[in-house]
Design a protein around this ligand. Structure first.
Ligand code: XCC
Ligand code: SF4
Length: 629
């Protein structure tokens, strides 16, 4: 007997998701929720991090039972070592993802400097010059392209083995840098730390769990202050630094009367070109010839966040909406770069007229239409892609189209530069509000969806609670779409915040939740923390700030959490990583790290309880700084 499927209301809090889950069942499209059910219960050894496959004397499953003969693997590694090694590689995977993305932007800037592309250009020259000067490159009187060439070299050098510290660690408060130095976790080079983690976790190397975890911190720091930060800064230089602008979210941003193209993945390098091609008059004419009124580009996941923050392109959905967006039957093409793209989307697309197009040699999907996009051919390739989407419009079956819900308004485009500009060039007005207790602190709520949660219940539930407690929230990644759909990314949402925060937001005309970009843009948030700490003459760990990834799923989210904690920002997770098989590792993550780096992880699936934990943290930090409330 087959089990009744779970009611769609239990799977997501959103009406648009529920409608598409119902349609998916009718259309025979399987989703992540169905597949999770098929995978449940998960293997307990794997879930707790106690499986090791690092060599072929194994695989080994470590038992934690007292007296068991299987308390050690064939090589003799115990549960602590296996858990730490697995977690170390997990963090290295995430750091590699963000940082390789960052490197792709260096290659684009290099192509601009070398004159190998007309598709890309330096949009924010002032930012390039400012950053170049910041890292010690001579700027005055030099041609911009010469400065850019030196900056490209400086960025590449951050990936290598010759530096004592990645360049942007100069932004970190001195006290924290000294702490890292003392612990031996100053991030030296992005590729170096990642490679060293792979080395350490080979059989017979680092067999001391705390030592492995310290290197996990170092690896993550090379992402946060290295690869991700380079990704963010170069994206601003090439595509422009975000400024506040209006946009809209949810599946309702898809258009019945237009060619719909969804961009999905992470890097703006491809999606910006697709957008540019879709705006060309001859493309729009081609769409009109087929009966469409135009071409609508909308975002999914983080490349969506990149286009949203810089161009105001609407956001169709976050991680768990990606399959459901196809189920609308209204999508002509999904164009992907890399990361967080469920391979199942190829099958989902195959159930409709939707073309699934991949664009990177390093992220190919069997069954997809493949383009190999490089800086020198990006715009021509993007034009071909948009052409394929437009032609697919002729095959759309109106009887299978259902676009649920109305778009919700949001305000986007916040970043350190735009916040500083809004404050008149200095953080002081903001800090005065913090000192007075109108803003009690800051929380960065970031990350993904995970079908183990009712979609967005924890993301939204936590943020609603935090703003009530006068905690200003910054969001990135897939949490953006969640709060956006809840109506919290508009200035009018100030009325849903506590009295203090509400008054500040009303005075400034900003929402109580600020959209700070994509996942690599969490680097903006640690940079902001460093700016505030430096302005106050304290360490980041002394600030009334916290981070949270309520519904996280990915290796990248683990890297972000790890660099946040190692930077002194306590971080809440809605569910634990695969470490619970080791008491030593779990204790270290939840408690021990506090004494080492001044911050630790908190794990709590209930959003209201999580808000209380974050609030308690912020209160303690305020008290230590001698601040009221
Ligand atoms: Fe991926 Fe960045 Fe997570 Fe969304 S939030 S599911 S990592 S797209 Ni980073
Ligand atoms: Fe087993 Fe050790 Fe090999 Fe891991 S490294 S598979 S624990 S023998």
């Amino acid at each position: 007997m087959t089990k009744e499927p779970r009611p769609v209301e239990e799977l997501s809090i959103w009406a648009d998701a529920q409608a598409m889950l119902t349609k998916a069942r009718k259309d025979g499209v399987r989703t992540a929720w169905d597949r999770l059910e098929a995978q449940t219960p998960h293997c307990t050894f794997c879930d707790q991090g106690l499986t090791c496959k690092n060599c072929v004397m194994g695989p080994c499953r470590i038992s934690t039972k007292e007296g068991s003969k299987r308390r050690r693997g064939v090589c003799g590694a115990d549960g602590d070592v296996v858990v730490a090694r697995n977690f170390g590689r997990f963090v290295a995977g995430g750091s590699a993802g963000h940082s390789d993305h960052g490197r792709d932007l260096i290659e684009v800037l290099e192509a601009i400097v070398e004159g190998h592309t007309d598709a890309y250009r330096i949009t924010d020259e002032a930012k390039l010059l400012r950053l170049a000067a910041e890292v010690g490159i001579a700027v005055d009187g030099r041609p911009v392209m010469d400065v850019a060439r030196d900056f490209v070299d400086a960025c590449y050098a951050d990936f290598g083995s010759r530096r004592k510290a990645v360049m942007f660690t100069a932004r970190v408060p001195e006290k924290r840098r000294a702490l890292w130095e003392g612990l031996g976790i100053t991030p030296r080079g992005v590729d170096r730390e990642i490679a060293e983690m792979m080395h350490r976790t080979h059989m017979g190397c680092d067999n001391d769990a705390p030592n492995t975890l310290l290197h996990a911190a170092r690896t993550a720091l090379s992402d946060g202050w290295g690869g991700s930060m380079i990704g963010t800064e170069l994206s601003d230089i090439i595509f422009g630094t975000p400024t506040p602008r209006a946009s809209r979210v949810n599946l309702g941003v898809l258009r019945k009367d237009q060619v719909n193209i969804l961009v999905h993945g992470h890097n703006p390098v491809v999606s910006e070109m697709v957008l540019a091609a879709a705006r060309e008059p001859q493309m729009i004419e081609r769409a009109k010839a087929l009966g469409a009124t135009g071409i609508n580009v909308a975002g999914l996941c983080c490349t969506g966040n990149e286009l949203l923050a810089r161009q105001g392109v609407p956001m169709a959905g976050n991680h768990l909406m990606t399959e459901l967006a196809i189920v609308t039957g209204a999508v002509e093409a999904v164009v992907v770069d890399y990361q967080c793209i469920m391979p199942s989307m190829v099958q989902a697309a195959g159930c409709y007229h939707t073309r699934f197009i991949d664009t990177a040699a390093k992220a190919r999907f069997t069954g997809a239409i493949h383009f190999d996009i490089h800086p020198h051919n990006a715009l021509e390739q993007a034009r071909e892609i948009v052409g394929i989407a437009v032609d697919a419009f002729a095959e759309r079956d109106p009887n299978r189209v259902e676009i649920p819900g109305e778009p919700v308004d949001i305000l986007t485009g916040f970043c350190n530069e735009s916040v500083l500009a809004a404050l008149g060039g200095s953080l002081n007005p903001l800090l005065e509000q913090v000192k007075a207790g109108n803003i009690r602190g800051f929380a960065a709520v970031v990350g993904c969806n995970n079908p183990k949660f009712q979609q967005d219940s924890c993301n939204v539930g936590l943020i609603r609670e935090l703003i009530k407690r006068d905690i200003l929230v910054l969001v990135t990644g897939c949490v953006t779409t969640a709060v956006g759909k809840d109506g919290l990314l508009v200035p009018e949402a100030a009325s849903r915040a506590g009295a203090g925060l509400s008054a500040v937001c009303k005075a400034l005309g900003v929402p109580p939740v600020l959209h700070f970009g994509s996942c690599v843009d969490n680097s903006r948030i640690i940079h902001l923390c460093a700016l505030i700490a430096n302005a106050l003459g304290v360490d980041i760990a002394d600030l009334p700030v916290a981070a949270s990834a309520p519904e996280w799923y990915s290796e990248k989210a683990a890297a972000i959490g790890m660099y946040a904690v190692a930077s002194g920002i306590s971080t809440h997770l809605g569910l634990p990583p695969h470490i619970t098989g080791s008491k030593a590792v779990t204790d270290l993550a939840l408690n021990g790290l506090e004494g080492i780096v001044g911050a630790a992880f908190m794990v709590e699936p209930d959003p209201v309880k999580a808000a209380a934990l974050i609030d308690a943290r912020i209160s303690a930090k305020r008290k230590a700084l001698g601040l009221p409330r």
